[in-house]
Write a protein of this length. Structure first.
Length: 301
């Protein structure tokens, strides 16, 4: 049986929720029958709506959303996955908000590329390959049809070229150029949402989506007190680091007391990922990671 990553689950649930919100109810309370056409709302995929992941940046899984969810690990939410992460939403990590889903998916892509670059820099090309592949294989489909609506050119070929290079000639100078081109392409797609990203309320939703996806990925990486899924550990690291970058863009617009608490929680949270390669044993238990993620979400409200 194929293992469904948290980020994939997050994105799938986000899409189901969005489509469900668009269905036309019948007088009996059911959905419109044949012949009725509903407008399809696209899910981010993490990494958009790791419903406040997924699969987190778009994630890589589905995350809990604005409706608080009691999590057995001591935190809130699930995560949005790779191939769709993130999303503002209550149950299951779906948002029902196409803009949130779109940005979450793109942010999850950037999280993947961030750890890919770390691994490429240290010469760990084989380990970097899945992180280069996930943005195009698991997340791009969640934004592809939305790009024309946002006035953004298709950039799938850019991501594919980078992926091909890392698989065939990983030590070639062109790899760094391809990395830079991919990051820039995603930034252009994010730029279409610059007005929304200037809003603390909108951006903190993306941040919380990514953190939920990261918590789910971190938990999925651990078994019997050790890291058994290195890719998931690295995914979660990238999502947390990029979420912190996004938060930094709006931190000065936050309430001073809340900002201080969130900053402290981020610093503690990041201790779980001391470097791109996992430690011998988890520094923080999954329950502690979920708890810190929940604290950031609570203080951001």
């Amino acid at each position: 049986m194929k293992h469904i990553k948290p980020v994939e689950l997050f994105l799938t649930l986000g899409l189901v929720a969005t489509l469900g919100a668009c269905a036309t109810p019948t007088p009996e309370g059911g959905e419109g029958g044949e012949g009725e056409k509903t407008e399809e709302s696209h899910n981010h995929g993490g990494e958009g709506g790791e419903g406040e992941e997924d699969h987190s940046h778009g994630g890589e899984g589905g995350e809990g959303g604005e409706g608080e969810e009691d999590h057995s690990h001591g935190g809130e939410g699930g995560e949005g996955g790779e191939g769709g992460e993130g999303g503002e939403g209550g149950e299951g990590g779906n948002s029902g908000n196409a803009d949130v889903d779109y940005v979450t998916a793109l942010a999850l892509m950037q999280g993947h590329l961030l750890v890919a670059d770390e691994l490429i820099t240290q010469g760990s090309y084989e380990e970097a390959e899945p992180h280069v592949g996930h943005p195009v294989e698991e997340l791009y489909g969640d934004v592809e049809e939305v790009l024309p609506e946002k006035g953004v050119d298709d950039f799938k070929n850019t991501l594919n070229e980078f992926h091909d290079l890392i698989k065939t000639t990983p030590d070639a100078p062109e790899v760094k150029v391809a990395y830079s081109d991919s990051v820039k392409a995603i930034d252009v797609a994010l730029g279409a949402m610059s007005e929304q990203l200037d809003s603390p309320e909108f951006t903190i939703t993306i941040v919380n989506n990514m953190l939920r996806v990261a918590a789910e990925e971190y938990e999925a990486a651990i078994a019997d007190g050790k890291f058994v899924e290195v890719v998931e550990y690295q995914d979660s690291r990238g999502f947390v680091l990029y979420a912190e970058t996004l938060y930094g863009n709006i931190a000065d617009q936050m309430d001073a007391e809340a900002n201080e608490a969130i900053t402290v929680a981020f610093e503690e949270l990041k201790t779980a990922w001391p470097e791109v390669n996992p430690p011998d044993a988890p520094i923080l238990e999954p329950s502690e990671v979920f708890g810190l993620v929940a604290e950031i979400e609570l203080k951001s409200k």
